[in-house]
Write a protein that binds this ligand. Structure first.
Ligand code: TXA
Ligand code: MG
Length: 335
């Protein structure tokens, strides 16, 4: 049985119920500013194992551990001046830092997949307060079945994982709508492991350095970065400059796309061409286009600047061939 609680109705009671559920080693779906997370007490190995089971994750990929604040993060990972600067500047927020794990960290080995690094972030809003109340980090991947689109509303979680999670906290739609940006910080520099809700340009401006980008098709660095199906049921066609009859159209900025009049449904991610609005709407829009029943979702071209980098990354993954899970394809993330 899945219990769904609205945070707005009674935040204090929602938090108490969530803390008690997490204390028992059960799973709670929580809203964050990026996407809904499927959370478990990161220090409880059995609880973390339930995350993999509920998601149907084929492998034990490392999970992001969510902290209440920088002080909690410092108990588990080693910061250098650059990572501390990034944390102070962008936390709470959609930035995940991959840092060396401390030998005395109490994070369950299953959450790190045995790596000597740990991915950490401090989420904004209700989630941060919940972690502070629990007083332990929360391991949380996106709250979706492995390979499906990330949820940006409580209803998405209920539709996908209802029955497999004890509690869903409904905090309304996520404000960012894309998963966090993941940056690995090493002495040799910063590497962008996953573009996301914080623009790479902002990180570069804050550090005065250029982020190394992982080349398409390059060796997979984290166990979670495998070729994967990250997609709606319909086939996704990106950079669409025309629409065939019966296709669903996902537009951006009200572009005139020939054939649009014969689309079975049209959604615009942002009629005004605002990439922030488009990011927040992306997953929900793909789900709605999918439920229109078209076999193809045609997506209009979207700029690659700012948040457009992350939006195009998710779209190209959704559009990737689905016939193989082989790691020789362009790297994707099973998330
Ligand atoms: O916005 C987000 O990041 C959401 C919300 C819930 O916080 N979480 C999320 O988690 O997207 P997940 O598990 O779906 O994606 C985590 C990614 C995976 O691709 C995983 O391989 C990578 O982070 N990762 C985790 N630990 C890592 C590590 N130590 N080194 C490199 N990559 C790591
Ligand atoms: Mg995910």
């Amino acid at each position: 049985m899945t219990n769904i609680l609205s945070i707005a109705t009674d935040p204090a009671s929602a938090r108490r119920t969530a803390v008690a559920t997490l204390d028992r080693g059960e799973l709670v779906a929580i809203p964050t500013e990026t996407v809904y997370g499927l959370a478990a007490d990161a220090t409880n190995g059995a609880a973390v194992a339930r995350i993999f089971e509920a998601k149907g994750r084929p492998r034990f990929n490392p999970l992001i551990c969510h902290m209440a604040d920088l002080a909690m993060a410092e108990r588990h990972v080693a910061f250098d001046p650059v990572s501390r600067k990034l944390a102070e500047r962008f936390w709470p927020g959609p930035l995940t830092l991959v840092l060396p794990i401390k030998p005395d960290s109490t994070i369950a080995a299953l959450a790190t997949a045995g790596l000597d690094t740990l991915a950490v972030r401090v989420p904004a809003g209700f989630a941060g307060g919940l972690i502070a109340s629990l007083d332990r980090p929360l391991a949380a991947p996106s709250a979706n079945t492995s390979g499906k689109l990330s949820p940006t509303r409580a209803e998405h979680v209920a539709d996908d994982l209802g029955g497999r999670v004890s509690l869903i906290l409904d905090g309304g739609p996520c404000s960012v709508g894309l998963e966090s940006t993941i940056v690995k910080v090493e002495e040799s520099g910063l590497t962008l492991l996953r573009p996301g809700g914080l623009c790479a340009e902002e990180i570069e401006a804050a550090t005065g350095t250029t982020l190394r980008r992982r080349k398409a098709g390059s060796a997979i660095e984290a166990p979670g970065m495998m070729a994967s199906h990250y997609a709606p049921a319909a086939r996704v066609r990106v950079e669409a400059v025309r629409v065939a009859p019966g296709e669903a159209l996902v537009n951006f900025g009200g572009q005139r796309i020939p054939g649009a009049e014969s689309a079975c449904v049209i959604h615009d991610l942002s009629a005004t061409g605002d990439l922030v609005e488009a990011a927040a709407a992306l997953f929900d829009t793909l789900k709605r286009a999918d439920s229109a029943g078209a076999s193809v979702i045609a997506v209009a071209p979207i700029p690659t600047t700012g948040l457009g980098e992350a939006i195009n990354n998710r779209l190209s993954r959704a559009a990737a061939p689905r016939d193989s899970g082989s790691s020789t394809q362009t790297a994707h993330w099973t998330t």
